[in-house]
Unconditional design. Structure first.
Lengths: 310, 251
């Protein structure tokens, strides 16, 4: 049931994505539908700043189109401002935010945009002060908390980013995107034990996402040690199961884990039954390479031979 | 009860139609009044403790449901983290639980909120009911075009104590009740989907306000976590993966 629902959701998401691209094409060639495109982009939270900036700005500069949007135009101003900052068109962003702050003086949403503009300019202290001001009024603004983490990251201060993330997760501990960010940050800092914890949390939250299983396996493999390697291979196996054997990384992972385990347990109690998985994975790899990259087949054969798998 | 009752057309013009129109108008008015009363406290800052507890419950539920996907060691450490008796996330000290419950009932703010919400519902209802009762009680106002079993008498002939009248005749007071509860679909057409007139929803909210004590959610989740057995599913995954690969290779 859950799997069916998930696949249905994935199907509609793919459909929406295709529609987004189609509308982008159409609007980009002057075929109309710019507003539909912008609405869809906003709903899907697609990050396509260039077309959004181009089409949105065209709409905003056309006064009759703008008046037709009525109160919707303010949302458009916001959307265009964010897209402009993404494209480093800070002049456009500044104009949009200026219009908005004239329309909604003292609004928190506009305040967020202003702080974002500071960020885009690289004025970190100003941005942080602006965010702190917002947080004073509304300490549960998740977006602002996340922006603060982003500032720390943009400045290259990973330790601070981790600290902020931990503080954030203490409050919003069901936010799996934040867990993912923390996991990736820990991996970047080579703090694998903590990263493994985060990936466990992610697997708990969304056990059907193969990427989390894969990442967890990779962290475990990197940590090394017999027990971790065995666990890693299990998670590589579950990735294979979840992706239907299409994930090359997981296939390689199984091979690498198996050969590492073999090296560690050399001579001593040979692993039973599991040997089949690695030879199967090796075979699947070979077949995959034969089909899609025949020129590299020799490479993979020698690699597998080195691991004594084929 | 064979003979047909003849309903005066004046009843249609002066009772049936006005009553329906008034009910609709009152519903619309109530919607706007409720909106007005709600707007000042549009975004009440959520209690940090409530936010956190809600998130803890979600996370603990994830652990309970998907525990088979993480290694035993990871599960055990998490279980201790959530349920230990000293400072586990799900552990609620007894006195605090009682205090929370007491605060729930004595919090004047909340009572005020509820009063406001109910006021916009109860006052017009009492008024209209009194009005209907005063002017149009005790006579038949309409006839529905299909026969019904006598069990519907209480619903359709409220205010008429005659057992000989056919059940398909509707008394005026019953017409009021039918309108009161039956106009919800019409309101959602007029006022948009999330109109404030959904009485049933309001009742639910009221019930939830008292019953949905967050500390109770924590305690329940803790009990659930305490009893589950960890059964790691991953060893089986290796066999599944083998099967998957075998199938893939055969193709």
């Amino acid at each position: 049931m859950a799997a069916a629902a998930a696949s249905a959701a994935a199907a509609t998401a793919a459909e929406d994505g295709a529609r987004l691209l189609r509308l982008e094409e159409q609007a980009g060639h002057g075929g109309g539908g710019a507003w539909e495109y912008l609405c869809l982009a906003r709903r899907l939270r697609a990050r396509r700043p260039e077309p959004v900036l181009r089409l949105g700005l065209a709409l905003l500069n056309d006064s009759s189109a703008r008046s037709r949007l009525a109160s919707e135009q303010w949302t458009l101003y916001e959307q265009v401002a964010v897209a402009a900052m993404d494209c480093q068109r800070l002049d456009v962003a500044k104009d949009c935010i200026g219009v908005l702050s004239k329309q909604f003086p003292g609004s928190m949403r506009v305040g967020r945009l202003e702080a974002l503009l500071f960020e885009a300019k690289g004025e970190w202290t100003d941005a942080e002060r602006a965010y702190a001001l917002i947080l004073e009024n509304n300490p549960f603004d998740q977006i602002v908390h996340k922006r603060k983490i982003a500032i720390a990251k943009a400045q290259g201060d990973m330790a601070l980013a981790v600290e902020y993330l931990n503080k954030y997760l203490e409050l919003f501990m069901a936010d799996h995107d934040a867990w993912r960010e923390l996991a990736e940050t820990y991996v970047a800092l080579q703090m694998y034990k903590q990263a493994a914890f985060c990936y466990e949390e992610l697997i708990l939250a969304q056990p059907t996402v193969p990427l989390y299983h894969l990442a967890y396996a990779e962290v475990l493999y990197t940590m090394g040690g017999l027990e971790n390697l065995q666990t890693a291979r299990k998670y590589y196996a579950s990735t294979i199961q979840l992706t239907g054997g299409k994930n090359t990384r997981a296939l390689f992972g199984v091979c690498l884990c198996s050969s590492a385990i073999n090296q560690l347990t050399k001579g001593r109690n040979k692993e039973e039954e599991s040997s089949e998985l690695q030879s199967l994975a090796a075979e699947a790899l070979l077949k995959d390479y034969k089909q899609r990259a025949p020129s590299k087949e020799a490479l993979i054969t020698s690699l597998l031979k080195n691991m004594k798998l084929s | 009860m064979a003979e047909e009752l003849v309903l005066d057309t004046a009843i249609r013009d002066w009772v049936l139609v006005p009553l329906s129109v008034v009910m609709v108008l009152i519903g619309v008015l109530r919607y706007f009044v409720a909106k007005l009363m709600r707007s000042p406290s549009a975004s009440p800052s959520p209690d940090p403790k409530l936010v956190k507890e809600g998130q803890v419950v979600i996370r603990a539920r994830n652990l309970r449901i998907n525990s088979q996907y993480i290694p035993a060691k990871a599960f055990k450490s998490r279980k201790v983290y959530y349920t230990n008796e000293e400072n586990g996330l799900l552990h609620v000290p007894k006195e605090e639980a009682q205090k929370a419950q007491a605060a729930m009932f004595s919090d004047p703010n909340m009572a005020m909120d509820m009063m406001k919400k109910n006021l916009s519902m109860i006052v017009p209802q009492t008024l209209t009911f009194a009005w209907v009762n005063f002017f149009f009680s005790g006579f038949v106002a309409a006839k529905i075009p299909f026969p019904l079993t006598p069990r519907f008498r209480g619903m359709l002939q409220n205010g008429i104590d005659l057992s000989t009248v056919d059940v398909s005749y509707v008394s005026s007071r019953s017409w009021y009740f039918l309108n009161l509860f039956g106009l919800r679909g019409l309101f959602s057409l007029i006022l948009g989907e999330e109109n404030a007139n959904d009485d049933a929803q309001k009742m639910m909210q009221m019930g939830g306000g008292f019953g949905g004590n967050p500390t109770m959610g924590l305690a329940a989740e803790k009990d659930n976590l305490d009893i589950i057995q960890h059964d790691w599913a991953l060893p089986k995954m290796e066999h599944h993966a083998e099967e998957v690969l075998r199938k893939l290779l055969k193709k």
